[in-house]
Design a protein around this ligand. Structure first.
Ligand code: SAM
Length: 286
């Protein structure tokens, strides 16, 4: 039941909420935990620009939350109208409620709650010059978000999460994607399903491995679609995944570091694979 003292209707099907014990607010706050994200099949994205981008890309909004300060702001009101038109709920909340939802002292003025979305792995059919990234048991939300952002930047087609990965829809990962969560399709599978899918794939499967015998710059990535396979932060690629690769490449290192950070290694690989696909943006004069 709603608390009638803390919720009242304001024009345009917007509910005003000031209590942290409001049940809708509680549900949104619960999205900080994976269990509730999975239950609600939802996640949170912060910032007006992100929410507008998501709506423009066809993501289904469940709830739009905005701070009182957003009232009268044309862009916020337009977004609220789009939310209502899409069947979503609009909440106008106090700064205190917004800070509690986002767990930030200085929260963004707008938060959107969206439906989670995964592409079924069977529908991932790399063709032409497509590049897909597969991540084996990625654990760190910052790494995953950075990889999704980098995949977006280079024009990769999507990211496949293999095995027990960190949740791409956690607040930390979504923040690290800087909005790319809404542009990069995600698929997921356990290692067996992924391996079976890979068997039917007509693509160059390039795994990265510290013991790889091939320099990553010596491979021709232009003959087929590419599936780039990256290993877990602690353990690297297990033998069972290394053996389904067409090639195992290594990025040379000169210093004393054991390895590169996963997201950095993925970035280095993606820029090499997409080297010729990305436009040359002006020459640097000597
Ligand atoms: N201790 C782990 C190991 O032995 O593989 C280190 C894993 S590293 C932090 C995480 C992933 O980044 C690796 O599995 C690989 O995919 C990629 N990576 C990092 N440095 C690399 C390098 N120099 N060459 C190729 N891949 C690298």
């Amino acid at each position: 039941m709603m608390d009638s003292r803390t919720e009242r209707r304001v024009p345009g099907r917007v509910k005003e909420v000031t209590s942290l014990s409001n049940p809708i607010v509680k549900d949104i706050k619960a999205l900080a935990l994976k269990k509730f994200r999975d239950q609600q099949h939802a996640f949170m994205a912060e910032g007006l620009k992100l929410v507008i981008d998501a709506l423009d890309s066809g993501w289904k909004i469940k709830t739009l939350v905005f701070a009182k300060a957003g009232r009268g702001n044309a862009a916020v009101e337009k977004t609220a109208a789009r939310t209502v038109a899409a069947g979503g709920l609009v909440l106008q909340v106090s700064e205190k409620v917004l800070a509690a939802i986002t767990r930030r002292d200085n929260p963004q003025m707008v938060v959107g709650v969206f439906e989670q979305r995964y592409l079924p792995l069977k529908d991932v059919e790399p063709a032409g010059s497509d590049v897909w990234v597969a991540l084996d048991r990625v654990r760190d939300p910052g790494n995953l978000g950075t990889i999704i952002r980098t995949a977006d930047a280079v024009g990769a087609k999507g990211v496949i999460l293999v095995g027990d990965c960190t949740d791409p829809f956690s607040v930390e990962t979504v923040r690290a994607t800087m909005g790319s969560i809404f542009s990069v399709p995600l698929a997921r599978a356990d290692a067996e399903t992924f391996t079976a899918w890979r068997r039917g794939l007509s693509a160059l499967v390039a795994g990265t491995h510290l013991k790889g015998s091939v320099d990553y710059r010596s491979v021709d990535y232009s003959t087929k679609p590419v599936l780039l396979l990256m290993g877990n932060e602690q353990q690297g690629l297990p033998g069972s995944l290394a053996e389904i690769c067409d090639t195992l490449v290594r990025i040379p290192q000169a210093g004393r570091a054991d390895s590169l950070n996963l997201a950095v290694a993925t970035g280095v690989m993606l820029y090499e694979i997409r080297r010729n696909a990305l436009p040359m943006e002006g020459k640097i004069d000597a």
